[in-house]
Design a protein around this ligand. Structure first.
Ligand code: ATP
Length: 251
């Protein structure tokens, strides 16, 4: 079952076309990761799919009463406010103790319920944000660079948790990430975005991919990723060969 479908989505931010002719679909239980360079429109796509940004053109359909659990990239917490983890889960809506405990337990931070929010490590805080996101019993979890600032083992553990949550809750997961080398194994499908969809498909982990390096740089120190193209859908441009990312910009 399709949860969100977008066809030929174009989105402007200010006087710039940020997304052009983007086709997107996510189905029940799928883990989809969006990757792309800085400024390629990943957050804008997420915000458009949620409904926070109105597309300039194209079609966007969300399943009726779609419940979205959103884990933001960053969340500013006022250090002067002595908020415990448990109380934080009551914002913006009060939740039952049993539900709060279950959510914290699922994300592995039940022992932190009475701790002040501003004393948590980055990894602990992300798990608390995740607990808050699953409280809404989401059909889809959306995570925007949720592991930024975590070390590699911390990120890997976080993605493993995401996979477990998908399996136990049956929700779909849509992630934005730079960390291909750790995120890939958890993804059913990867969408490579650069203003438009460059390529998309099941992830194939490969030791070296020059096309990827050209698009993203060499920051992953050889732990590169290659994507298999999905030839079942139409692109607005022609690919000359399989198994590569197209690294031309959309604009
Ligand atoms: N509200 C806005 N007003 C004007 N321009 C915007 C706005 N939001 C985003 N942009 C521009 O749109 C482009 C895409 O931004 P977006 O945040 O979607 O990219 P991104 O791929 O998520 O980037 P990053 O990896 O750096 O987070 C950027 O050039 C950005 O400056």
């Amino acid at each position: 079952m399709s949860l969100i479908t977008a066809r030929k989505l174009s989105v402007r931010q200010g006087d710039k076309t940020v997304l052009q002719n983007v086709d997107f679909e996510i189905r029940k239980g799928e883990i989809v990761t969006i990757v792309g360079p800085n400024g390629s429109g990943k957050s804008t796509l997420l915000r458009t799919l949620i409904g926070a940004v109105t597309p300039e053109s194209g079609e966007l359909n969300r399943k009726t009463k779609l419940r979205i659990g959103y884990v933001p990239q960053k969340l500013f917490v006022d250090g002067a406010m002595p908020l415990t983890v448990r109380r934080f889960l009551d914002v913006p809506k009060r939740v039952k103790n049993s539900e709060a405990e279950a959510a914290l337990d699922r994300t592995g931070v039940a022992h932190l319920a009475d701790h002040p929010l501003n004393g948590l490590s980055g990894g602990q805080f992300q798990r608390v944000l995740l607990a808050r996101a699953i409280l809404v019993k989401p059909d889809i979890l959306m995570l925007d660079e949720a592991t930024q600032g975590l070390d590699q083992p911390g990120s890997a553990a976080f993605y493993q948790l995401i996979e477990e949550l998908r399996d136990t809750l049956g929700c779909a997961v849509l992630m934005v990430s730079h960390e291909l080398h750790v995120v890939m194994s958890a993804s059913d499908r990867v969408i490579c975005l650069n203003g438009h969809v460059c390529c998309e498909g099941a992830p194939d982990v490969v030791s070296a991919a020059p096309e990827y390096r050209q698009l993203f740089g060499t920051g992953t120190k050889g732990a590169l990723a290659l994507y298999r193209h999905d030839h079942n859908h139409d692109h607005d441009h022609v690919h000359e060969h399989d198994h590569t990312c197209d690294h031309e910009g959309a604009h």
